[in-house]
Design a protein around this ligand. Structure first.
Ligand code: EPZ
Length: 416
């Protein structure tokens, strides 16, 4: 099993262009199934989850290939509607292929998706919404067998689920009539998905707000589309620099979409300036603890995906910070590793109390999920001595060659 070897104590300096967004590329790749012509996706991140999505596309009969950061998808020959369990288990995003395959062919067989273990991750909202839209869905021996054509209806989500919102949109774009989603997710990746679908001829309004209206159209054509930058990768590299010290410029950044994170990060005492798509961050002295409680919330609240990396940066801050994880039931699995590196963190239920220590020290730790693994790298870069992070297949799911990015910024990190 591969691991990262990281020696801390170096300040980070330099310029880094942000990768394309994993959480935008994945639903857009699923959405390409609905198109009648070739789709070209620019700024598509080179990630294992993206390659897993391409395997699902190829399994259905689409042809998906890559050239650097460009994905070319020919969706004309969809001939298979059941997605094998092995492919479904590779990531959480596989579940949104349900809405896409069903919307394209009128039938689909899937199973419970895989993905980061962050506590129970049911799909009850997905299934309830598609049933209300006209799908017949039955569950047999772990398989979910769907059939039917969507008709317009009103869906009120009990929680603004990102995945459920995406599945509804994918099933609704070719529906008979108008679909209204109330309490829809407002994440920027939802807007990017809708931007892609509109460019392919879909009639969608209201994305980015809590009420999205989709008027079904007979068919979608292809397009060339530029995937938005990855706001969580941005938060990760800014947290690394805040923790290790130094000054970096992030280019190809989505500043507005990162505002919920940036507004908290600047409370740590870092100097942050933005201009166009560039974020400049300087971290000269020891970070300060964040006084107000850091509550993870649906967008435009503080993003749950940035909780772990910010916690790692605050582990050696001056003072005590308090986190409240409101999205997932079990998203503090990185705490044990940070404590092993010398952090003083007490996590009980939703709350994690982070008492800043003077210094962290290197340790051998194991990543348990994507963002928790990234947090271990943040901590290792700030720690005295050398650390190893195993289980880096979790990290490769969401970050393009993290070790190359860190080395570009002057950090001492290698894959072994
Ligand atoms: C997406 O996951 C992201 N993944 C997650 O990023 C992100 O943390 C999450 O949205 C919240 O922003 C992708 O986009 C691929 P949800 P998703 O449906 O769609 C519960 C990362 O690190 N729920 O908004 O699974 C669910 O259990 C990943 O990149 C139900 O109860 O998130 C969770 O507690 C991690 N029933 C909450 O809602 C349902 O039917 C939010 O889930 C659906 C969800």
């Amino acid at each position: 099993m591969q691991k990262f070897i990281i020696t801390g104590g170096r300040k980070l300096r330099g310029e880094l262009a942000l990768q394309g967004s994993k959480n935008s590329a994945l639903p857009i790749m699923a959405a390409s199934l609905l198109c009648g012509e070739e789709v070209v996706l620019k700024s598509c991140p080179r990630l294992t989850d993206v390659y897993a999505a391409s395997r699902i596309l190829n399994c259905t009969g689409c042809k998906c290939s890559f050239s650097g950061s460009t994905a070319v998808i020919d969706p004309r020959d969809v001939s298979r509607t059941d997605i094998p369990e092995t492919l479904m288990h590779e990531m959480r995003s596989s579940i949104i292929f349900m809405g896409a395959v069903l919307g394209r062919t009128g039938e689909c067989t899937v199973s419970i998706p895989g993905g980061c273990e962050l506590g129970p991750r049911p799909i009850d909202m997905h299934l309830a919404a598609l049933r209300k839209m006209g799908a017949d869905i039955r569950e047999e021996h772990g398989r979910i067998i769907c059939s039917g054509k969507a008709h317009g209806t009103k869906i009120s989500l009990t929680f603004p689920s990102v995945g459920a919102t995406e599945n509804i949109i994918l099933f609704a774009v070719n529906a008979d009539g108008e679909t209204v989603i109330n309490n829809a997710a407002r994440e920027p990746e939802i807007c990017d998905l809708c931007g892609f679908l509109r460019k392919c001829g879909a009639d969608i309004k209201g994305d980015g707000g809590s009420s999205i209206i989709i008027n079904g159209v007979p068919k979608l054509h292809g397009c060339e589309y530029n995937i938005m930058p990855d706001r969580i990768a941005g938060a990760t590299y800014l947290s690394m620099t805040a923790a290790a010290g130094g000054e970096i410029i992030l280019t190809n950044s989505c500043i507005t979409e990162m505002e919920p994170f940036l507004s908290v990060l600047e409370q740590t005492g870092c100097s942050i300036m933005t201009c166009g798509d560039r974020i400049y961050l300087r971290s000269g002295s020891r970070l300060k603890a964040v006084k107000e409680r850091i509550r993870t919330m649906p967008h435009p609240g503080f993003p749950t995906d940035a909780q772990a990396v910010l916690m790692a940066a605050l582990a050696a801050a001056e003072g005590t910070s308090v986190f409240e994880e409101n999205i997932f039931d079990c998203r503090y699995r990185h705490v044990d590793a940070l404590v092993k590196m010398g952090a003083d963190i007490q996590a009980v239920g939703k709350i994690a109390v982070v008492k800043g220590v003077n210094r962290l020290h290197g340790a051998d730790v194991a990543a348990t999920d994507l963002r928790g693994g990234a947090a271990m790298v943040v901590a290792a870069l700030a720690a005295d001595g050398t650390s190893s992070v195993s289980g880096i297949h979790h990290i490769d799911r969401g970050y393009e060659k993290m070790e190359d990015a860190v080395r570009l910024l002057g950090g001492d990190m290698r894959r072994s």
